[in-house]
Design a protein around this ligand. Structure first.
Ligand SMILES: Cc1cc2nc3c(=O)[nH]c(=O)nc-3n(C[C@H](O)[C@H](O)[C@H](O)COP(=O)(O)OP(=O)(O)OC[C@H]3O[C@@H](n4cnc5c(N)ncnc54)[C@H](O)[C@@H]3O)c2cc1C
Length: 445
C-alpha cells in the first residue's frame, strides 16, 4: 500500500513516523516549504540568531532514508481524489492508495488596501522569515497588526535587532480574548516595559506604498499615520486548502473530519491545523492550531489507516487535557485544563509583576480544573494528572512547590498563596510542615 502524506509539519511527520514504526507500507511525504521537517515553534530563534536551521530539525537528514520515508519538495496544485492522484507544480503527478492531508495554515489577511505591497508579510513559514530578514537591514520601524501569540513573537524578533516596533491591537488589553484580565495586564505591561509602542483599541485601516511598491506608511482606525518599512500581519491564520476547492471533499473553514479523522472521502484523512472536527468535544475548538494537537492527530490517523487495512476498528482522536505554552518577551506561559470562567479561581501574582499562578477549581467539591502559569514552569504531566484525577485544591496547594521545574517559586510564595486561599474561602489551610532535616540545614527555599 502506498500512503502519501501531504505536508511535512508536526502532524504529517508524526503520522509518517508511526506508520513506519508499525508497518512496511510505502510512504511518501510531499511538502512545498522545506526539504525536511523543522520545529515551527522555534522559527523566531532563527531570526534572533539563537539557533541555526540544523538546531531546529528534530531528526538528522539521514533519518528519512534510513526509515524509508520518501520526501518530495513540491507544491501540490490539484488533487484528483477520485482517481487518487496528486498533481504537482512541476507537472509531475503522484498516485496513492491512502492519503493524509496535513497542509497546515497560512496567515490571514483581511483585505486591507495595500496588503499586497512589498514589505507586508505574516509570520508562519520559512519564506515569511526570509521576507523579514530581507527587509530588516536599515529598517526604521515595523508595524505589527494583531494581538495574538504570533504578533508578540514578531515584536520580540524585531526588538532583538533594535528595530523600533509599533504594535496595533484591537482589544483593550493584549490577548484578552484568551487570557484572563490579570494575565493579560501582566503581559501588556511586559510588552510596554520593552519599549514597544503598543497601541490598544487601534486597528489597521490602510497601508500606503511608495512609487516602487514598497510599504511606506499605515493609517489606523484612530486617524494616525505611522511611517514604517514593514507591516507584519498577525491577525490569525486559515487552513491552507484553496487547492482542494474543486474536489468533492467536504470542507468549511477547514477539511471536515469525523472523530477518526476521516474526511468525506474514504481512504483520505486530514490532520493538524487544516482539519476541522465535525463534532468537537465540549469546550474544544473545531480546528486545533497547536503543536501538540498536531502530533496527536498524526498518530491517530496513522493508527486508523493501518487499522482499516487490517480490518480492525479505528480509535477516535482524543484531544486530551487542553495544554498550551508560549513565551512573551521571556515570560513563559503554560495553560492546562479549564482555567477561565465557570469555576472558582485562585490568582496569585509575584511582587515583581512578572510571575503569576492561577488555579481554577470546582466551587462545590474543590477539585482542580485548570492552571495558568506565567513566568514559572511546573510539571505539565503532574498538573494534567491532578486535573484528570480531580485532586482537591488544598492538596494541590500543599504540593505545588514540589512540581516546579525551575526553582523560582519559593516557600514564601507558597505561604502567600495559601493565605490568599484562606482569605478567599474562609478556610484555615496550613502549610506543610518542614522536615526536621530541612529545617536544621535551611535547604528548603
Ligand atoms: C511562529 C510560530 C510559533 C508557534 N508557536 C507555537 C507554540 O509555542 N505552541 C504551540 O502549541 N503552537 C505553536 N504554533 C502553532 C504550531 O506550530 C502549528 O499548530 C503546527 O505547526 C501546525 O502543524 P501542521 O502539521 O498542521 O501544519 P504545518 O506546520 O503548517 O505544515 C504544513 C506543511 O504543508 C505544506 N503545504 C501546504 N500546502 C501544500 C501543498 N498544496 N503542497 C505541498 N505542501 C503544502 C506547508 O508548506 C507546510 O510546510 C506556532 C506557529 C508559528 C507559525
Amino acid at each position: 500500500m502506498h500512503i502519501v502524506i501531504l505536508g511535512n509539519g508536526i502532524s504529517g511527520i508524526t503520522a509518517a513516523r508511526h506508520i513506519r514504526q508499525h508497518s512496511d507500507n510505502e510512504i511518501t511525504v510531499v511538502s512545498a516549504e522545506s526539504d525536511h521537517f523543522f520545529s515551527r515553534t522555534d522559527l523566531m530563534y532563527l531570526y534572533m540568531g539563537k539557533k541555526k536551521i540544523k538546531d531546529i530539525k528534530p531528526f538528522p537528514d539521514k533519518f528519512w532514508k534510513e526509515n524509508r520515508i520518501d520526501l518530495i519538495n513540491g507544491l501540490v496544485t490539484h488533487a484528483d481524489l477520485v482517481r487518487k492522484t496528486l498533481h504537482l507544480n512541476d507537472d509531475t503527478s503522484l498516485s496513492f492508495d491512502k492519503l493524509i492531508i496535513a497542509v497546515g495554515s497560512r496567515p490571514n489577511k483581511a483585505g486591507w488596501p495595500g496588503q499586497d505591497l512589498d514589505g507586508v508579510h505574516g509570520l508562519y513559514s520559512l519564506q515569511d522569515l526570509d521576507a523579514m530578514e530581507r527587509h530588516s537591514k536599515g529598517l526604521k520601524r515595523a508595524v505589527i497588526v494583531g494581538g495574538g501569540l504570533l504578533g508578540v513573537e514578531m515584536a520580540e524578533m524585531f526588538h532583538s535587532r533594535k528595530i523600533p516596533v509599533t504594535f496595533l491591537v484591537r482589544e483593550s488589553s493584549y490577548y484578552d480574548m484568551v487570557l484572563p484580565s490579570e494575565e493579560s495586564a501582566l503581559v501588556t505591561r511586559r510588552i510596554r516595559e520593552q519599549g514597544i509602542d503598543l497601541r490598544l483599541e487601534t486597528e489597521l485601516r490602510e497601508i500606503w506604498g511608495d512609487r516602487s511598491g514598497k510599504v511606506k506608511m499605515v493609517f489606523t482606525s484612530k486617524g494616525e499615520k505611522i511611517e514604517c518599512g514593514y507591516v507584519g500581519i498577525t491577525t490569525g491564520i486559515r487552513p491552507n486548502i484553496d487547492f482542494l476547492h474543486f474536489t468533492p471533499l467536504k470542507y468549511e473553514r477547514g477539511i471536515l473530519v469525523n472523530e477518526n479523522l476521516e474526511t468525506s472521502i474514504p481512504g483520505v484523512y486530514a490532520v493538524g491545523s487544516c482539519a476541522q472536527m465535525r463534532d468537537p468535544k465540549p469546550g474544544r475548538e473545531a480546528i486545533e492550531t497547536r503543536w501538540l494537537a498536531g502530533g496527536n492527530m498524526g498518530e491517530t490517523a496513522a493508527h486508523n489507516i493501518l487499522a482499516s487495512s487490517a480490518q480492525q476498528p479505528p480509535i477516535p482522536y482524543d484531544p486530551g487535557i487542553w495544554f498550551h505554552s508560549a513565551k512573551f518577551f521571556g515570560i513563559s506561559y503554560q495553560a492546562c485544563g479549564e482555567a477561565g470562567t465557570g469555576q472558582d479561581n485562585l490568582y496569585w501574582e509575584h511582587p515583581d509583576g512578572h510571575k503569576s499562578i492561577r488555579i481554577a477549581f470546582h466551587p462545590d467539591q474543590g477539585k482542580v480544573a485548570g492552571f495558568i502559569f506565567m513566568g514559572l514552569s511546573f510539571s505539565r504531566e503532574i498538573c494534567e494528572k491532578w486535573i484528570r484525577e480531580g485532586v482537591h485544591i488544598e492538596e494541590v496547594l500543599l504540593k505545588l512547590r514540589t512540581v516546579e521545574t525551575d526553582g523560582s517559586f519559593s516557600r514564601k510564595h507558597e505561604s502567600a498563596m495559601i493565605q490568599l486561599y484562606n482569605a478567599q474561602t474562609g478556610k484555615n489551610l496550613r502549610e506543610a510542615p518542614r522536615s526536621g532535616l530541612a529545617k536544621a540545614f535551611g535547604f528548603l527555599k
